[in-house]
Design a protein around this ligand. Structure first.
Ligand SMILES: [Zn+2]
Ligand SMILES: [Zn+2]
Length: 230
């Protein structure tokens, strides 16, 4: 049986229309979910630079500030961002536990106890935040311990990790049936925005976190070098 060209055309038209409607109701936002400011101690990015670049950026309109063990960078960026309506700043902290790094998003206060992963998870659950396992297979990552905890997402693309480490993280996300996310893990201005996550319907902090949890995300890299790093 031969297919009728007009019906295919018709179907494509309908598909396009549906896609258009979906985009209207579920706008996608591109978010760099992992960035450090000078308050991290090992980074030299000024919060003002993040806000200015985010405002000027043609595609990426959201960021999660994930300093090491502090919310100071987020607090500064958040204050500065109030002047702009169309950029999203998600509060975050990359916590150094005794077992490795754990990132929490959506909480505006620092956990009191941070020595174990369990302490951080308890606090995050009580405060309605989400848990992301950053660079699980790089130095200071929690590695296979990720299999024993209930996280919300795994960072599967981090430009500071090797190709192999990112692939292992991707495999972990698949095994654990968890969404994969990406962020630049920038510590210097030139590293900003090199990887990001496309989040469906995530224009507000709460919506973005929900979409991440539900897996309405896609990871992206802007640096071609990432493909060849090993
Ligand atoms: Zn880290
Ligand atoms: Zn980091």
């Amino acid at each position: 049986m031969s297919s009728k060209p007009e019906s295919t055309e018709e179907r494509n038209k309908v598909k396009k229309q549906v896609k258009k409607e979906e985009t209207k109701t579920n706008p996608t936002i591109r978010i760099d979910l992992h960035i450090h400011t000078k308050y991290s101690g090992d980074a030299n990015i000024n919060p003002k630079l993040i806000v200015d670049q985010l405002y000027a950026h043609p595609h990426i309109k959201g960021v999660a500030i994930t300093d090491h063990d502090t919310l100071q960078g987020y607090e500064h960026a958040q204050k500065l961002a109030k002047a702009y309506e169309d950029i999203l700043i998600i509060p975050g902290i990359e916590i150094s536990t005794e077992q490795g790094h754990i990132t929490i998003l959506g909480i505006e206060e620092k956990p009191i106890h941070t020595s174990t992963i369990e302490d951080v998870i308890d606090f995050t659950r009580k405060n309605a935040g989400i848990i992301i396992i950053p660079h699980p297979y790089r130095e200071l990552g929690i590695g296979d311990k990720a299999k024993n905890i209930k996280a919300d997402a795994i960072e599967v693309l981090n430009p500071r990790s090797t190709h192999k480490e990112n692939k292992m993280a991707e495999e972990l996300a698949r095994e654990e049936n968890l969404p994969g996310v990406a962020g630049s893990d920038a510590h210097k201005p030139r590293e900003m925005w090199t990887a990001y996550t496309e989040v469906e319907n995530g224009l507000k902090v709460h919506d973005a976190l929900n979409a991440i949890k539900r897996g309405f995300v896609k990871v992206k890299a802007t640096s071609a070098r990432l493909q060849f790093k090993c």
